[in-house]
Design a protein around this ligand. Structure first.
Ligand code: FAD
Length: 230
């Protein structure tokens, strides 16, 4: 019987564009690491060329399997410019501020993903609905079933973009600062200030009847912890 660990079902296969050049040891090659970063994040930055100039805009997203979905108004310029073209999307999770003894060695702890590939405007209704569900559930799990479903008019006013996760990279920094040995004798404080995204107690819409309780999935959202610094 083989004692080899089982192969990961998916691994990131670096292309010339998705190969880390600097600090390669911070790269991850398991697709599960990519999925984990995407599933833990809330905001992606979409980089696209609009009218000949680069534009990078923050937006929400959702993941289904090996596809990242973005949505927006059907008049959204960057989504329309992206459709049918190569784009780049990034997701960044900040895990800590790294304060070193030297200015040069200050850094951040993070998990980040970069995805490069052809963006596709999604036109089929089942895929569009699945994508909108994924984007909604990424933002607030449970809301797709809880809130009113989109109307035909709302759907007509919404563009959905798909980006394959086939060409992607993941980079992770963790741990203390890397100071020069000579600086370690300086007597200056150095270390990491952990960072995590947290949410407060739900604040009801002022128009809400006081008789309507906070649903369980919303209460759970307020307790959601995004990162515990290791
Ligand atoms: C929160 C945060 C703060 C950072 N601050 C700095 C900073 O102040 N100065 C600095 O130089 N760098 C910083 N970085 C690292 C930065 O993202 C780049 O990795 C680094 O600058 C190397 O750039 P490069 O052009 O040489 O990349 P290369 O290694 O040449 O990039 C080649 C390919 O590697 C992949 N790649 C590169 N960087 C990343 C990444 N972060 N995540 C996933 N894939 C990646 C991409 O696919 C890219 O196309 C920071 C990263 C994060 C997440």
């Amino acid at each position: 019987m083989s004692t080899e660990p089982p192969l990961s079902p998916r691994s990131l296969s670096p292309t010339p564009r998705s190969t880390l050049h600097r600090l390669r040891e911070r790269g991850r090659t398991d697709a599960a690491d990519l999925d984990a970063v995407l599933d833990a994040g809330l905001i992606c930055h979409l980089g696209v060329v609009v009218d000949g100039a680069p534009l990078v805009l923050p937006t929400g997203y959702g993941r289904i399997g090996e596809t990242l979905y973005l949505h927006g108004s059907s008049a959204n310029r960057s989504l329309l410019a992206a459709a049918g073209h190569e784009v780049c999307a990034t997701v960044t999770l900040l895990d800590g501020l790294v304060c070193a003894r030297s200015i040069f060695n200050h850094s951040m702890n993070y998990r980040s993903a970069v995805i490069i590939g052809p963006a596709r405007l999604v036109t089929g209704e089942p895929e569009r609905l699945g994508a909108l569900r994924a984007v909604t559930e990424q933002l607030a799990p449970g809301q797709w079933e809880y809130a009113r479903q989109p109307t035909r008019k709302e759907l007509a006013g919404t563009a959905v973009l798909a980006l394959p996760l086939a060409e992607a990279s993941v980079k992770v920094r963790s741990g203390p600062p890397h100071d020069e040995p000579a600086d370690c004798e300086s007597g200056a404080w150095a270390g990491v200030i952990p960072a995590a995204l947290t949410f407060g107690p739900p604040q009801p819409d002022p128009a809400l009847s006081p008789a309507i309780p906070v649903p369980g999935h919303i209460a759970a959202l307020a307790r959601r912890a995004y990162k515990v610094e290791g």
